[in-house]
Ligand binder design. Structure first.
Ligand code: FO1
Length: 335
């Protein structure tokens, strides 16, 4: 057993130090509400620009596999900020090997979810700690320290909840739908199973309250941000602080920057455009950043009582990540 001092329960006062830090003369804690692959680039840019960053992460793509608890969005943020993310895939650890997976093939076990050997260590350890009674916040914080990541990464809930897709191929976990079935079955509806019972992480709410700005990353609105908003206390908090919330559009024109958002948005009848995303977030949005090329939507979006900003939102490299982060810090923070 690890000693309890090895696993300090993250305390609300852990955030007090944030208020000592200053950016451009202002007290500063920036909170990012994030999914996985689509969010990590902006998170990296922000982490280079500010000392006081906290990431509040989706947990509804978490899945039990081979007896292990796998948390893709938490891990993508951990690996991204720890500079070990496999950037080509957008998930997993760079230069990983797949001996475990090859052995599973020999044993006839399912291998549709590609767990690398190094990545496996994270899931083995997380599961062991869960079984010892640690919660997801403590475990994520432990891993964060091990990966030498500075920004706090906070699961939006310590409880299990999952995005389910009801399809003509059955009722599927989001990973089963997207990875195993390659997004092929026709989706009838989407639900966030467990969201009524799941408790919002009080440390996440506290971080929201203490933040100078809250950035909704350019993540999948339905499968990454939507599950968090389905937690009533979390979305109510956000609605009460909309003037400090800025979201980055995950869509340019009618095209999703990355991932399966289009299918999910069509299913829940959200228009696949920055306008559709702004409408979906309208109750909690203060500012919205869209691509320069979508300038013709600015006026319509501003009718939602939202300040519209236009800049380059495609992040192909470190310079793009830094530019978007600096744009947000320069143009979208309240003074
Ligand atoms: N995505 C895939 O498309 N195929 C995979 O085999 C796969 C494995 C995987 C392993 C660990 C991990 O943390 C993420 C992984 N992902 C994989 C990504 C994941 O399915 C999604 O991108 C996120 O859940 C989206 O939120």
């Amino acid at each position: 057993m690890q000693s309890s001092s090895y696993f300090p329960r993250p305390q609300l006062q852990d955030f007090e130090s944030y208020t000592l830090c200053i950016y451009n003369g202002y007290l500063n804690l920036i909170a990012v509400i994030a999914g996985g692959t689509g969010s990590v680039k902006l998170i990296r840019g922000l982490a280079r620009a500010v000392k006081d960053l906290v990431v509040i992460s989706n947990v509804a793509d978490n899945i039990w596999l081979h007896g292990m608890y796998v948390c893709p969005d938490l891990d993508t943020t951990l690996y991204g900020l720890g500079n070990i993310l496999d950037r080509a895939n957008g998930w997993g650890i760079m230069q990983d090997s797949y001996s475990f997976l090859k052995q599973l093939v020999i044993l006839g076990a399912p291998t549709w979810f590609k767990l690398g050997d190094k990545d496996l260590a994270t899931h083995v350890l997380r599961t062991k700690l869960l079984k010892e009674g640690k919660d997801l916040t403590q475990i994520t914080d432990f891993l964060r320290r091990k990966f030498k990541v500075l920004p706090r990464i906070i699961p939006v809930s310590n409880d299990h909840m999952e995005t389910r897709l009801i399809t003509d191929g059955g009722d599927l976990h989001i990973q089963e739908f997207w990875v195993r079935e390659k997004g092929r079955p026709k989706i009838r509806s989407i639900c966030y199973r467990g969201c009524n019972k799941a408790k919002v992480n009080p440390i996440a709410v506290d971080a929201l309250k203490k933040s100078r700005a809250i950035v909704i990353a350019p993540a999948n609105p339905i499968s990454s941000i939507g599950p968090m908003l389905s937690l009533k206390e979390f979305s109510a908090e956000l609605r009460s602080m909309r003037e400090k919330i800025v979201a980055v559009s995950p869509i340019i024109g009618n095209r999703v920057i990355s991932g399966p958002a289009e299918k999910y948005m069509k299913c829940v009848k959200v228009q696949v455009s920055p306008l559709g995303v702004a409408k979906y977030y309208r109750s909690l949005l203060g500012k919205f950043i869209i691509s320069e090329s979508d300038h013709q939507l600015a006026e319509k979006i501003s009718r939602f009582n939202v300040g519209v900003h236009r800049t380059n939102i495609i992040m192909k490299n470190r310079t793009d990540e830094n530019s978007l982060a600096n744009y947000i810090l320069t143009h979208c923070l309240q003074h």
